[in-house]
Write a protein of this length. Structure first.
Length: 145
């Protein structure tokens, strides 16, 4: 069965209590449950979170080596991490889908959030739909109806 890596960057371990007016009141375990249910028997969901840029980069290398599609919420790294961008480019240049997702709509927030250094090399970008951003990305990646 296909595995989908769902990678989450810094501070997303705090979902549920972090700015619930922006990110909602559900945590990462709830997100995992929703995606596992959506994927059913069509894909295995491997959801991870790290505050560590190097670890996130290594996970993208792993995706390249195993040809695993990626749903990536780079969180604050979105806005400035060229190292993460280069690692994400390795994924898409290998022909492996990588969908950038955001729970909020960064373009409707502070100016520094309007720049994504990831979007230019992502297969696609979905933002502003809460956890449904991930669910839509999963549909895009494994073609759910
Ligand atoms: C985020 C948006 C980023 O600007 C922010 O730094 C995050 C979460 C989102 O999912 O809406 O940590 O990626």
């Amino acid at each position: 069965m296909t595995t989908v890596l769902v990678l989450n960057g810094p501070n997303l371990s705090r979902l549920g209590s972090r700015e619930p007016d922006v990110y909602g009141s559900q945590d990462l375990d709830a997100l995992r449950s929703v995606l596992v249910a959506d994927a059913a028997d069509r894909a295995t969901i491997d959801l991870r979170q790290t505050d560590d840029e190097a670890e996130l980069i290594h996970w993208l290398h792993e995706a390249v080596d195993s040809s695993t599609p990626v749903i990536l919420n780079p969180a604050a790294f979105t806005h400035y991490s060229y190292g993460l961008r280069d690692a994400a480019a390795l994924v898409t240049k290998a022909g492996i889908p990588l969908v950038e997702v955001h729970i909020s709509n960064p373009h409707a927030r502070e100016t520094f959030r309007h720049t994504s250094v990831i979007s230019g090399i992502a297969t696609g970008v979905i933002a502003g739909f809460g956890f449904d951003s991930y669910r839509l990305a999963l549909r895009a990646v494994i073609g759910l109806n």
